[in-house]
Design a protein around this ligand. Structure first.
Ligand SMILES: Nc1ncnc2c1ncn2[C@@H]1O[C@H](COP(=O)(O)OP(=O)(O)O)[C@@H](O)[C@H]1O
Ligand SMILES: [Mg+2]
Length: 411
């Protein structure tokens, strides 16, 4: 089987050299009985690789047991792994087989291996060296034939240096190191993964397909992805379920990708040239200004409604079109934006407070409008008055641009 066959068989997406290399190492080490230490950030695919190695080994018909060493309390981990005799500790009413006995002839995947207590590490080392172990509460030596694949998202060698991990065990486990690259090291795979996941979720939820606009693809590719493929998969699912507009722009994506902090955002979009960097920043600011303006409109409306004692009929009469549009927009925002959901529920604030707040904000909005018309003028100038390209650059539709030009009297 070559690397591509393995990808097809195990549903591995991506074509970056680092990923291909990891698959190639897994392919070569699988048929041997060597221990493998898989390193990589959380969500990068370590468990997937442990399956690949087991399935492509001569043990594929044997058991595969995955143990999360970080999730088992220190007091019971030895008994879980190696079993115990009846009466070996309070509560041990029956003898129990450990995973190493059950997995005889198969593979054990020790996830978060750096979390193993030192005592357990000593027992594990003995198994690795001789296949021998003792059940808890027994002095009878047992034998087992288990292949060990371990995984960690921390630097185990640091644990060795601080005396928390046995050096001999470290070298024994690390016979073949296998490093799974983080998503930010294989940016070229991000869009491929998103496309696959969103297609799968669209199938699953019977919803229309998701199309990413170029600015959204760029934002996706430049995000840092601390949760790697798992996080990307979650976000693809959220977008599939929640997003009403199936043409997803960078602005819409901001609702799903956590903000990496104000100054990070424009930098995250940096693609080399300073000039382009600047225009992209403008687009992002524009998205934010638009959002803020919407907020302000909303606040004004709420203030008006409160002032009129909750009676909305006069507002409806004066401006039916605007209200309809607002309903649609609000509807969409509420279902898409989790922060909005949280803010929806607080108790009614005193009316007075809302008023002073509102007054401050209205003044600020004037400068936002200025800023907006500045950006539009700049974009039009850059594209020599060609509205189509200016709109693209601004990240809005041509129709919206026409409306804004009219509204802001830019003709
Ligand atoms: N290259 C890949 N292609 C497709 N799906 C992947 C890939 N790598 C990881 N996944 C998926 O991402 C999720 C997290 O992977 P997992 O192996 O559990 O990560 P880890 O063990 O490193 O935390 C799983 O749903 C897995 O199927
Ligand atoms: Mg995992």
């Amino acid at each position: 089987m070559d690397v591509q066959d393995i990808k097809n068989r195990f549903g591995i997406i991506g074509g970056s050299p680092l990923l291909n290399r990891a698959i190639d190492i897994a392919r070569q080490v699988a048929p041997t009985d060597m221990s493998v230490l898989i390193t990589g950030e959380s969500g990068s695919g370590k468990e997937v690789f442990s399956h690949i190695i087991h399935q492509m080994s001569t043990r594929k018909h044997g058991a595969f047991i995955a143990v999360n060493c970080g999730a088992i309390p220190e007091g019971t981990i030895d008994s879980e792994l190696f079993g115990h005799e009846k009466g070996s500790f309070t509560g041990a009413h029956e003898a129990r087989k450990g995973y190493f006995e059950v997995a005889n002839g198969g593979t054990i995947f020790l996830d978060e291996v750096a979390e193993l207590p030192l005592g357990t590490q000593a027992r594990l080392l003995r198994i690795l060296e001789s296949g021998e172990y003792l059940r808890v509460g027994s002095s009878k030596v047992q034998k087992t034939d288990v292949r060990i694949i371990a995984a960690t998202n921390v630097d185990v060698y640091n644990r060795v240096k601080s005396g928390k991990f046995r050096e001999d065990l470290y070298y024994r486990l690390n016979t073949v190191p296998l490093r799974i690259p983080a998503l930010h090291e294989r940016k070229e795979d991000i869009f491929l993964l998103f496309r696959k996941f969103s297609a799968d979720f669209s199938d699953k939820y019977r919803s229309p397909g998701i199309h990413l606009e170029p600015d959204a693809i760029q934002m996706l590719s430049n995000y840092s992805w601390p949760g790697n493929v798992r996080q990307l998969k979650n976000i693809a699912e959220q977008i599939c379920v929640l997003e009403k507009d199936r043409n997803v722009t960078a602005g819409a994506l901001l609702n799903y990708i956590p903000n990496e902090g104000g100054s990070n955002l424009p930098m995250a979009l940096n693609n080399g040239s300073n000039k382009e960097d600047f225009s992209e920043r403008d687009i992002l600011y524009k998205v934010l200004f638009d959002m803020k303006k919407d907020m302000m409109d909303l606040k004004k409306l709420v203030a008006e409604i409160i002032q009129s004692g909750g009676n909305t009929s006069h507002i409806m009469e004066e401006n039916p079109h605007y209200i309809n549009q607002l309903y649609q927009e609000v509807d969409q925002t509420v279902s898409n934006d989790s922060t909005f959901m949280i803010k929806k529920s607080p108790q009614n604030a005193p009316v007075d407070y809302n008023y002073t707040h509102d007054a401050e904000e209205v003044e600020e909005s004037l400068s936002l409008i200025d800023k907006e018309s500045d950006l539009i003028k700049k974009a039009l100038k850059k594209h020599k008055g060609k509205r189509k390209f200016a709109a693209q650059e601004l990240g809005i539709s041509e129709r919206t641009l026409y409306r804004k030009i009219k509204e802001l009297n830019l003709n």
